[in-house]
Design a protein around this ligand. Structure first.
Ligand code: CUA
Length: 162
């Protein structure tokens, strides 16, 4: 084989994977987004970060039933707490968490419901999950936010239907 043909093969050996990799990643993205419905938490509006606790719905943190079996959980994060720290919904509920931070960047990780979101001051985060099985599901802050970051957690209690 002459030298030019060898060089050409080497170049091809690099070029094909460098095309195949991004194409494969895009395909994986499409499958997870449209096939498995794995999506980013939606950014659902803005709020004055200095007045979070005076602004609806964050002035009344807690769970409200919006229709049968569907709930909204209004959640505020701050150093170093979640308000409310504990939420109760019945088994089989669909819960939309509407959350924000009143000071710095916090996280909202609720592993049992596959929720992994950031809570940014001034920005509202909205994410929906279903709770089909009774149990206690802890959530925690997973963005380092200072000296007591590790104490920042709460729980969703899913109560059995009687
Ligand atoms: Cu809030 Cu870490």
């Amino acid at each position: 084989m002459n030298k030019h043909a060898t060089l050409y093969l080497y170049e091809l050996a690099w070029m094909l994977p460098s095309v195949a990799l991004p194409v494969g990643m895009l395909a994986a993205l499409a499958v997870t987004a449209f096939g498995a419905h794995i999506g980013l938490p939606g950014e659902a509006g803005r709020v004055d970060p200095a007045a979070v606790l005076q602004t609806a719905p964050f002035n009344q943190p807690g769970v409200v039933e919006v229709s049968p079996g569907r709930y909204e959980a209004h959640l505020v994060a701050g150093i170093w707490f979640f308000s409310p720290p504990e939420m109760r919904v019945p088994e089989g509920s669909e819960v939309t968490f509407i959350a924000t931070s009143k000071d710095i960047i916090h996280g909202f990780l609720l592993r049992a419901a596959n929720i992994n979101a950031m809570l940014l001051p001034g920005q509202v985060t909205r994410v929906t999950a279903r709770f089909d099985r009774a149990g206690t599901y802890p959530f925690l802050c997973h963005e380092y936010c200072g000296i007591a970051h590790h104490t920042m957690w709460g729980k969703v209690i899913v109560e059995p239907r009687s």
